[in-house]
Design a protein around this ligand. Structure first.
Ligand code: FE2
Ligand code: FE2
Length: 245
């Protein structure tokens, strides 16, 4: 393999609170995140994407806890909010060197798009015309990878499929499979791999707590925290996979 590739690591659904001892589904978010250190160092990312629910309580302290950790692993760190985040607080707390909110990042010859599907006090996601506008900036002749917090397809888990990306056709009608190779998301706290309209649909496991797949209710799986990685080549080839601590 050529060494021209770009390694992107997706970390999602960290659910860290202001008090680092606050549990999430019986797990300690910051300690679970830190158990990924050896894996991240092995992958040697050129960039990290935080794909929402970085915080559980939307506090500035929670963002600082996560940022203090992940900036030791790689920069740039690109981020987008999830339904538990507070965008304004996040923006201020993550206003530090190497942290970027896009919405379009140029990484290794790829266009990496960060879409904000989160709304205050709403667990489901939605993309209106303004939130979709970054897709209009895409150059058709360069490969693209789109990140969004909420699942743009059902993942066969009723407990989380009741809070999807609603009106998802508005996203799909804007995506051209000749340019966009994959849509990557978080929110579902499990690994999902499928495709829609010829575009891969991939979730990352949470860095704190995941459910077994295809279950009617959240059922903690014992595999521990995880991440998704993407290896991107400038000619449009790509690979992706998940790893668990
Ligand atoms: Fe989450
Ligand atoms: Fe979420």
């Amino acid at each position: 393999m050529s060494d021209q590739s770009f390694m992107l690591v997706q970390l999602t659904d960290c659910h860290v609170s202001a008090d680092p001892e606050t549990d999430y589904r019986g797990c300690n978010p910051l300690r679970e995140l830190r158990t990924l250190e050896a894996l991240v160092q092995e992958l040697k990312p050129d960039a990290i994407v935080l794909s929402g629910d970085v915080s559980e309580d939307g506090s500035a302290e929670s963002y600082r806890h996560v940022a203090d950790q992940v900036e030791t692993w790689a920069r740039p760190v690109a981020w987008l909010p999830g339904n538990h985040d507070e965008r304004a607080v996040m923006e201020e707390a993550l206003d530090r060197p190497g942290f970027i909110a896009g919405p379009v990042c140029q990484f290794g010859g790829w266009q990496v798009v960060l879409l904000d599907s989160a709304w205050h006090d709403r667990p489901e996601g939605e993309l209106n015309d303004a939130r979709l506008a970054p897709l209009d900036e895409l150059q058709p002749d360069r490969p693209a990878l789109v990140f969004v917090h909420h699942q743009p397809v059902a993942v066969n888990s009723p407990w989380i499929d009741k809070y999807p990306l609603i009106e998802n056709h508005r996203l799909w009608q804007r995506l051209d499979s000749r340019t966009v190779r994959a849509v990557a998301f978080g929110h579902v706290h499990q690994v999902y791999e499928g495709s829609h309209n010829g575009i891969a649909c991939l979730s990352a496991p949470s860095t704190v707590a995941n459910s077994e797949r295809d279950t009617p209710r959240f059922k903690l799986d014992q595999a521990g925290p995880g991440l998704r990685w993407f290896r991107l080549w400038p000619d449009g080839r790509w690979e992706s996979g998940t790893r668990r601590a």
